[in-house]
Design a protein around this ligand. Structure first.
Ligand code: FMN
Length: 402
């Protein structure tokens, strides 16, 4: 397909195909391609999804100042995160189960990130294990760690991440217990146990033959590669989800960060900060960075959006560590808004997962291109030529975002 874009085949009865022009188009393409139990898993949030909606709506509410008659013929989007220069101030954030959205999905997404000159983050609960992604890409990537109860296994994963050449570790701390996601129950991903669940998901797969061929048949093994050694014998999707609920370590504290730092040795970024007090503790405990995140509205419903939480957190820590952010980012404009609110870098979550589901590596590459193009326009029309100069001065001041 030219330019790697996905196509939106017309609604029933129409014959034309439409090229994806935005991340929201990729969302629709993903909805059509995936069995509902997977689409709803990506798209959904916890409980009433108030925070999920807030993430998107609050970003859309951030108003930019249009400035004119500046020479904007040369736009520089390059930045440096954790000692490495990258072409754009974005990274693909950790998205679990990505190998269920497209065949060996983590490898495809990592290749797209490499080609774009930005980092890819492999989740602890990715389908492809660390060694597979490393062998397939040959380029350093980031690793996201969930601390499980068995500390020896945590040590083992850290050793694997080092062996794979990972450069940065994201420690996700906002999931000591899983928030309830109603859509997963309704779709048959969770709640329908054993045989009944398998039948429901099997029927959905049968109605989505492109996915059934690409992933269901050709994308095996469907294991969570990094944690598969712990699961010995249990291979069904529902076994993994149950395992996650039962094995994440709820005793993790800031002292655990000290332990992890000594085991890992490289930069550690604490993901899941939403309060300035926790951001200050991250500084005190030597974190190299934080991700201001509410897990994409998938954990504690009712907490503020990340766009709302970010300015106070950025102000609290200053330049003592690198402030990254995610949540609700669906365009290059949203990336620029987050930078203006105080972030140094922005993680994409659903944005790349939708594109991966729709059209694999080519879809993710195209999604990154779309975001880059939108960023260039946003800079040009706010009168800024270097991404490092983006700050609150490009925003129309309003009370909501300080
Ligand atoms: C389907 C899905 C799976 C996710 N899996 C993980 C994960 O394994 N580890 C993690 O730290 N965050 C995970 N997240 C959260 C993302 O890293 C990120 O915080 C969130 O998606 C940002 O919100 P956005 O998708 O609205 O941009 C996941 C998010 C989604 C949508």
């Amino acid at each position: 397909m030219p330019n790697g874009g996905g196509t939106l085949s017309g609604i029933e009865g129409e014959t034309h195909d439409m090229k994806a022009a935005s991340i929201l188009d990729y969302r629709e393409l993903a909805r059509r391609k995936l069995p509902p139990f997977l689409y709803e898993y990506i798209d959904g949030g916890s409980y009433a999804e108030v925070t999920l909606r807030r993430n998107v709506d609050d970003l859309a509410d951030v108003q930019l100042r249009q400035r004119v008659m500046c020479d904007v013929s040369g736009i520089d989007l390059t930045t440096t995160l954790f000692g490495a220069e990258q072409r754009l101030p974005i990274a693909l954030g950790p998205v679990g189960l990505s190998g269920m959205y497209a065949r060996r999905g983590e490898v495809q997404a990592a290749r797209a990130a490499n080609a774009a000159g930005i980092p890819f983050t492999l989740s602890t609960v990715g389908v492809c294990p660390l060694a597979e992604v490393a062998a397939a890409t040959g380029t350093p990537f980031w690793f996201q760690l969930y601390v499980v109860k068995d500390r020896n296994f945590v040590r083992h994963m850290i050793a694997e991440a080092k062996a794979a050449g990972c450069t940065v570790m994201l420690l996700t701390v906002d999931l000591p217990v899983p928030g309830s996601r109603y859509r997963d129950v309704h779709s048959g991903l969770s709640g329908a146990s054993g045989f009944a669940g398998s039948i429901r998901r099997g029927l959905q797969a049968a109605l989505h033959p492109r996915w059934a061929w690409d992933v269901g048949l050709m994308g095996k093994p469907h294991t969570l590669g990094n944690v598969a050694p712990m699961l010995a014998g249990d291979t069904g999707l529902e076994d993994f989800l149950a395992w996650m609920g039962g094995n994440f370590d709820q005793t993790v504290t800031w002292e655990s960060l000290t332990w992890l730092r000594s085991e890992w040795g490289g930069p550690i970024v604490v993901k899941g900060i939403l309060d300035p007090a926790d951001a200050r503790l991250a500084v005190e405990h030597g974190a190299d960075g934080i991700v201001v995140s509410n897990h994409g509205g998938r954990q504690l419903d009712g907490v503020p959006s990340t766009a709302q939480a970010l300015p106070a957190i950025a102000e609290a820590v200053g330049d003592k560590l690198s402030v990254l952010v995610d949540g609700g980012v669906r365009s290059g404009l949203d990336v620029v808004r987050m930078l203006a609110l105080g972030a140094k870098g922005v993680l994409l979550g659903r944005a790349w997962a939708y594109a991966l589901a729709a059209n694999g590596q080519a879809g993710v590459s195209h999604a990154i291109q779309l975001i880059e193009a939108e960023m260039r326009v946003a800079l040009a029309l706010t009168g800024v030529t270097n991404i490092k100069d983006i700050d609150h001065n490009i925003l129309v001041r309003d009370r909501k975002f300080g």
